[in-house]
Design a protein. Structure first.
Length: 161
């Protein structure tokens, strides 16, 4: 077995691992699973949009589409997970017993290219751009079936639990 196989880290997270790292809970937990991540670099996550979500009856009754603010929140939560696993990977860092609050402090250049609807699976991808004075800057995007739905620069800061 090669060194790259023995040193491999499991870069997948299911719902339990996500709940250990994010303070959000239903109905506001917007990431269902993480399919891959590299601390300090990037994360790929999934969100299944269900017809039973609380916003469905009112947005919009004639043609249901996921609200843009929830798409942005989905990207922000994926970015929060990337920040958390990045901190976890740092040597000699003591992580809090409960997930820290990760505050959204800015959204830059948000673009909405096509709607997301119940039945869609959102592929959420985020890349850490840099950290400046405690502000984490990310580039994030959501695709459905390989087509861009939305993209934005996400700015967050990690607070106390």
């Amino acid at each position: 077995m090669g060194a790259d196989q023995t040193d491999a880290v499991d870069c997948w997270m299911g719902p339990e691992a996500i709940r250990e790292r994010l303070p959000h809970r239903y109905p506001f937990l917007m990431v269902d699973q993480v399919v891959d991540y590299t601390p300090g670099e990037s994360i790929s996550a999934l969100r299944n949009v269900s017809a039973s979500e609380p916003w469905v009856p009112g947005h919009f009754p004639e043609k249901t589409i996921m609200p843009g603010v929830l798409l942005v929140e989905s990207m922000a939560q994926a970015c929060g997970l990337l920040a958390y696993v990045t901190r976890e990977a740092e040597p000699d860092v003591e992580m809090p017993a409960t997930p820290p609050l990760f505050y959204l402090v800015g959204v830059d250049e948000a673009r909405f290219k096509q709607p997301a609807c119940p039945g869609d699976q959102l592929a959420i991808n985020a890349r850490l751009d840099r950290v400046v004075r405690g502000i984490w800057l990310f580039k994030a995007r959501i695709e459905v079936n390989g087509r861009l739905v939305t993209s934005a620069g996400i700015r967050c800061t990690m607070g106390a639990s």
